[in-house]
Each structure stands twice: as C-alpha cells, then as structure tokens.
Write a protein that binds this ligand. Structure first.
Ligand code: GLN
Ligand code: ZN
Length: 779
C-alpha cells in the first residue's frame, strides 16, 4: 500500500482571501479576532481539500511567512519588533517594520527579505548574534492541532517545521558570529517541541531541510549528523524532507540520518532515485515527490506508474507519494479559471489538481491501473494533444532557432569603437542623467488601464490618454533637466506581463496567483508554446515620446531571461531554447525601435541573477545561455545605437564576467544602499563599458540631499573613470509618488551639474594644453 501526503498547501486561498484579510487587518479595518477567524476558515478549507490524503500537512499555513513562523516558534523574533502585548502584532512588525509616522508609533526596521532557494517566494531572514537565545513558543502551532482535532483523527495530521540546520543556514548573524555555534542552544528547543507534539497525539512530523540540496561544506554536513542524533530519542516519527534538487554529496548523509523517513524531490533528483532505493535502510519510509510542485503542467501519470510500480512492489507501505515540494509555489485551483483557453487549460494542473493526480497514482498502485483506467486514458489524451498541438509548435520559430549562428550575438564593432560614434551622435554632457524607466503609477493610471482591459474605455480614448501621460512625463523630465528621457511606462501593469500578453505562445490565467512575500502575490505568465512576436509592442509609444523632444528618449524593453525567470515555463523543451525564442522576439522589437529613430534602447534583466541554479557546478551552463540570449536580443543594432541594461540587485562579484560578456554599452545597477561598495567588483574586474550606479534608493520615501548624491558619485568615481559614469536612481519609480520623484530627481540633476562644474575647468585645461602642444608641433 503506497500512502499519499502533501508537503504544504498554498495558504493564500483560491481568490487571495488571505491577502485581503491581512491587508484589512493592517489598515485596522478588522481586528485580530476577525483575522484569526478568516485564517481558520482558510485552514479548514485547505484541510478539506486534502482530506483524501493519508497525511495532511499542518503548520504550513502562515500569517506571513513560514521562516518567520519558525523564528516566532523558536522565540527568535527581533527584540526591536516585540513591543506590544499582541504576539501577532510583534510578528507582523518583525516582517514589515513600522514607520514613525504611523500614529506616532516608534519606528522599527522591517526584516530583510530574501529569495527562498530558486523560487520567486521571499522569506524573512532570521536574525542572529552570538548572544541569541531560543525559547519555545508553540501555542500557535498547538492551537492549530486543537483545531484539526475537531475535524478528524489527529494522527492523520503531519505538522511541518523547518529543520534546525536550514533555519540557521538561512539566517544572518549581525555580528558575523558563527551561526553553527548556536546549534547547542537551538536543539533543546526542537527536542522540547517534538515532545509537545508527541504528547498532543502527533505521529509523524515533517522536518524540512532543503539545504540538503545545496553545496554544503563538511562542518554543515557534520552538524546534520550531530543534530539528528540529538533528535532521534523522540518518540515521534520524523520525515526529513529535502527538495528543489539532487542530494549529490549529501545523499549518503541523508540516507544515514537517524530518522523514520526521507522525502526526495523525485522530479529534480530523478537521476538519484535508483541509488536512493538501493541504499535505503530497511526500516525507512521513502517519500517520493513525483508530482512537480514548481510547475503547472499535468503529470504523465502512465509514465510515472511505469517507474513506480516496481518501487511499490519493493517498498510496499514504506513508499509514500507526494508533490516534489510544498505546493506553495503553484496557484490553488484550475477550476477558478473560466477564461483560459479550453485546450490549454486541459494541459494544466494547479495545486488542487496535483493532489488529484497523486490520488490517482496511489489508487493505480494499490488497486491496479484498471481501477482508474478511464482517468489514465484522459491523462494520456491530454498529454498527447499538448504534444501534437499546433498551438505549441511553430515551425518558423523553430527553424529560426535552429539556424542561429554565433554571429547573431555580436555587435558590429567592439565597445571602444562604437562608443566613439555614440558619443558623437548623442552629444551628452559628462555624467549624463537619466532614470530607469517607470514613473509613478497613480491610481488614475491603474484605473484607466483596468477600464480599457474591461472594454469600458475605447482603444482610441485609451491611446490618447496614454499619450497624454507620455507628454506629461517628457515635459516633466525636460523641466527637470534630465539628459536621457524615458516615456514613463504608463501603459504597463507589470514589466513581464506587458510583453507576455503581446507575444504568441504565452497564456495568462485570471486567478493563477502565487505568493511572493507577505500579502504580495504574482501571477506568472504561462509559456506554453513557441514564442513569437506578431507585431510591435512598444514602438508606437517610444516613437511618440521621441517626437516630443530633441533629447534622446530610451526605448524600454524587458529582457528574455527576466521574462523566462518570472514565468511558468514549458517542460517539453530546454529552458535555454525557450529563452532564445524570447530573445529573438525581443530582438525584432529592438530593431524596429531602432528603425523608428530610437537611439538608446534599454533591455532590463532584473531577474538574470536570480535564475542562477542552486548548485555552483551548474552556474556556467546557465550563465552561458542567459548571456547568449541577452546578446541575441540586444546586439543586432548599428554601432550608433546605444544599448543599456538594468539590473536591480547588489551582488555582482561572482557573475561580473558574465555581466561584462553581455556587452551592453551602459549598465545601470542598484548600489545606493550598499553605499557604492559593490562597485569594487566592477573595478577589480576592470569592467570595460559605461555604468550608472544608482545614486539614491527608490525603495525609501526619503528624499536624498544634494550632498549625499555628490558624495556617492564621488565615491563611484574613485572606482570607475568619471567619463564612463552615468547618474540615475537605482530602479524604476513606479511605486513612488510624484512629489517625491520631482524632489529627488531635481536634487539628482543639480548634484550632477555641480560635479560637472568641478570637472569642467580640468577639461578645458586639458583641451587648452592640447592646442598648445599641437601649435608647438606645427612650429
Ligand atoms: N524599466 C523598469 C522600471 O523602471 C525596470 C524595473 C525593474 O528593474 N524591476 O520600472
Ligand atoms: Zn530595478
């Protein structure tokens, strides 16, 4: 008998009920009891939805984030946030901080957000110091157990917690002390928790240790052995869950740990399956994550059964089946989608459907395939339709991809040569000023876009309205005295969605939301087929903007790697191929912008770095095709066309060579928060092209002073030649208000002007000297 279970269910609700409840609570429209009531309903719905499983996860629900839940459970919320009698408020304050302006409250810094492994989910980073102490605060978790009791047997519920090693690994020590030194203080709290859960009737506990899929050094590996030795005396059965990749070096370690069961991500670690089964200790349960928790495609159930049948014979009731990881990373229920094309919808499975697939697999294994023959046949049909669909395959796109020659990636001339031409053509002052693309997205802008989408505003009216916004943006920038202008991106709801909606081969759902952090959700596009561009996507707006000004207006595009990394991607071809198809589509847009007279084109690659694989050994391969994709899309232009790229992150050291290999003429980056520290990477490596290090943090409502900006540019100038420096904010301004933007940009422009003044005499002197020398040479 194979058993079924789940590692975690999306907690946001099929219609984002959690988001609306959280935000209503933060706006003080509902009280704590009301928020708790809504959360309870969601949990009950989720448990109901999973009732068919042999084990239902508990504790996977979170008011904000599962890592922050662990910090609360272990008594490790930051001191600065723990100010009120309400544990829930302290918890939210740890996540979101508090600004001094809020009803005269004391300000409190928000917790840092970091990406959860290679997903697009962000967790709140645990904070440590050498003095960290831990203390069990289990009432929240225990009360969920009480809640579950009223629904059924408690033994059916399997609480989920994050293991001690992953918890420490993900955190940050403020004094740079050794995090592993805290283990001795942490483990007794875990022991105590295990005892409490056992006393409450729990039989199985899932302990997540996804860092087992990372490159771990010896110390961390030994710490695993040590920790689980300490926990093994508990009477509770531990299912140790690894996910998001192969175990590799940690495989034997994972098999040997003294726990009752091991979960393997059988989607990503498929190659290790045989070895794990061969070496599995005789008493251990093996949970196989066979349903992909990171994507939205239907599984190939017949193929899975071919693989699982012999394993089930061998392991019998020691075989458990599950999704590969928590279903947190996929939308809740495909049945909510009423507008999705029926053919495409039939290829998909969201969380709810994935659990149904799991049930089918278990039933086929336990009662024979004939007991679900009809469902298996339907699954086979759906997959074969997808495989053969003309919606998926576009011969023209494939031929173009097959015919790609390396020369398509190269600019006509090397940077030094085209830079000369660009300087002549663009005639920009030293330290040219610009912005990253978007301007404030006011309530009015959002409302107009929504009205247009809903068919309540005619295309003509919408177009003239967008033009009005563009004209306003251009006029404002001219008044501010910026050198390179942007059109402002008023027509874009989201930098990926805007392009995805206009490209063939990409679909959008209505409710396919996935939690990004806290109450923020994203709705990733679904790349289902060969990607092509039926018509120009931005040229009309860029051309109009340029017609209003003599100054250059940047064309503004999202790059292929970013579109790929923020989408659900097809699983029937390599990511690299999908990325290159996107690159070709964007390339056509780049060339059409150039033809329309746009002299500077920016291709944003905000998500290039976050696509890095978890294992270093796979970095080169990824970077190779990611950089190639960028080059394909951007490098088809003439020498005089200047290519910019923008990246909003601050950690370049380990990928700087790849950034340079992209060969953009200008790169704008986030540097203001690190006070330009990261420019060291550009200096050490001797980055050859031009750079716009962000001179103020757009994420903060604070207006920078002229001196602060001058200081930052001076600092940048100590790393980078001043004639290769640009002056700009560190990211787009869409989340800000106009008054802040006006104030900040005018300060930025005057700071640049001040520095030019200081520069100018030197330049005049040097050109004067040059004439003198020439005259002497003539004599
Ligand atoms: N051009 C985009 C903007 O300004 C870039 C956004 C980003 O880097 N995330 O909004
Ligand atoms: Zn950015």
């Amino acid at each position: 008998m194979a058993l079924t279970h789940n590692l975690g269910f999306p907690r946001i609700g099929a219609k984002r009920e959690l988001k609306f409840a959280q935000e209503a609570y933060w706006r003080e429209e509902i009280n704590e009891a009301q928020l708790r009531e809504r959360a309870k309903n969601l949990r009950q719905q989720n448990w109901q939805a999973q009732a068919q499983l042999d084990f239902i996860p508990l504790g996977d629900f979170s008011y904000y984030d599962q890592v922050l839940d662990m910090s609360a459970l272990l008594g490790n919320l930051p001191q600065r946030a723990c100010r009120s009698a309400s544990a829930l408020d302290n918890y939210f304050r740890s996540a979101r901080g508090q600004s001094a302006g809020d009803n005269n409250k004391l300000s409190c810094e928000a917790g840092a957000l970091k990406k959860w492994f290679d997903t697009n989910y962000h967790y709140i980073v645990p904070e440590f110091s050498q003095h960290s102490e831990f203390e069990l605060h289990s009432s929240e978790l225990l009360s969920q157990l009480t809640e579950a009791k009223s629904l059924g047997q408690i033994a059916k519920f399997k609480p989920v917690i994050i293991g001690p090693l992953t918890y420490l690994y993900l955190g940050q020590s403020s004094d740079n002390s050794d995090k592993l030194a805290l283990l001795e203080r942490l483990l007794p709290v875990y022991q105590q928790l295990l005892q409490q859960l056992f006393d409450a009737g729990v039989q199985w506990l899932q302990i997540d240790e996804p860092i087992l899929c990372l490159d771990l050094d010896k110390r961390w590996q030994q710490a695993f052995e040590h920790s689980y030795q300490q926990l093994k005396d508990s009477a509770i059965n531990i299912l140790l869950a690894s996910y998001f990749g192969e175990l590799q070096d940690n495989l034997q370690l994972s098999l040997d740990l003294p726990v009752a069961g091991l979960h393997l991500d059988a989607v990503r670690a498929d190659k290790e399956l045989d070895k794990v089964i061969d070496c599995l200790p005789a008493h251990k349960v093996l949970s196989l994550g066979v349903i992909d928790g990171r994507n939205i495609w239907k599984s190939d159930l017949n193929k899975l059964l071919d693989k699982l049948e012999p394993i089930a014979l061998k392991l019998k009731e020691r075989l458990w089946l599950a999704p590969s990881c928590s279903l947190l990373h996929v939308p809740v229920d495909l049945n909510s989608e009423t507008n999705l094309d029926a053919e495409i919808k039939n290829w998909l499975a969201f969380a709810q459907q994935k659990l149904e697939e799991l049930q089918l697999l278990a039933q086929a294994l336990n009662c024979g395939r004939q007991s679900v023959a009809e469902e298996l046949e339907q699954n086979r049909l759906a997959l074969s339709q997808r495989h053969n669909s003309t919606r998926v395959h576009n011969k023209q796109v494939q031929d173009r991809l097959d015919a790609l020659k390396p020369s398509i990636e190269a600019r006509q001339s090397v940077f030094a040569e085209r830079n000369k031409i660009q300087r002549q053509q663009l005639n920009l002052p030293p330290l040219p000023t610009t912005t990253i693309g978007s301007f404030p997205q006011t309530a009015e802008i959002r409302q107009k876009r929504r009205a247009f989408k809903a068919g309540k505003l005619s295309a003509n009216d919408y177009e003239s309205w967008i033009k009005k916004e563009i004209a306003f943006a251009i006029k404002t920038q001219e008044q501010l005295g910026l050198d390179v202008l942007v059109h402002g991106e008023a027509e874009r709801n989201d930098m990926v969605e805007y392009f995805g909606e206009q490209l063939n081969g990409i679909a959008f759902s209505d409710y396919g939301w996935v939690q990004s952090y806290g109450s923020r959700c994203v709705k990733p596009p679904i790349i289902y087929g060969d990607v092509s561009r039926p018509q120009a996507m931005t040229v009309k707006w860029a051309h109009y903007a340029q017609s209003l000004s003599c100054k250059p207006v940047k064309g503004m595009l999202t790059g292929p790697v970013t579109i790929l990394n923020w989408s659900f991607v097809r699983d029937d071809q390599a990511r690299a191929s999908t990325c290159k198809q996107l690159a070709l589509a964007i390339r056509d847009e780049v060339l059409e912008l150039e033809q329309a007279g746009i002299k500077i084109i920016q291709v944003d690659e905000a998500a290039l770095r976050e696509g890095l694989p978890l294992r270093k050994s796979q970095w080169q391969d990824y970077l190779h095709w990611a950089v190639a994709s960028f080059r394909i899309c951007a490098n088809g232009v003439k020498d005089e066309t200047q290519i910019h790229t923008h990246m909003c992150y601050s950690n370049f050291n380990d990928i700087i060579q790849s950034i340079a290999a992209m060969d953009a003429d200008v790169i704008t980056i986030e540097t203001s928060r690190s006070k330009m520290r990261l420019l060291a990477a550009f200096e050490d490596f001797n980055y050859p092209n031009e750079i716009g290090p962000g001179v103020y943090d757009i994420h903060s409502p604070n207006i920078p002073t002229e001196n602060q900006i001058v200081e930052l540019i001076n600092k940048a100038a100590s790393n980078i030649d001043i004639d290769r420096l640009w002056v700009n904010p560190d990211c787009g301004l869409k989340t800000r208000q106009w008054p802040e933007v006006l104030a900040a940009l005018s300060t930025m422009v005057s700071a640049a002007a001040k520095l030019r003044q200081q520069l100018l005499p030197k330049q005049q002197k040097s050109s004067g000297q040059e004439t003198q020398e020439k005259e002497q040479a003539l004599v």
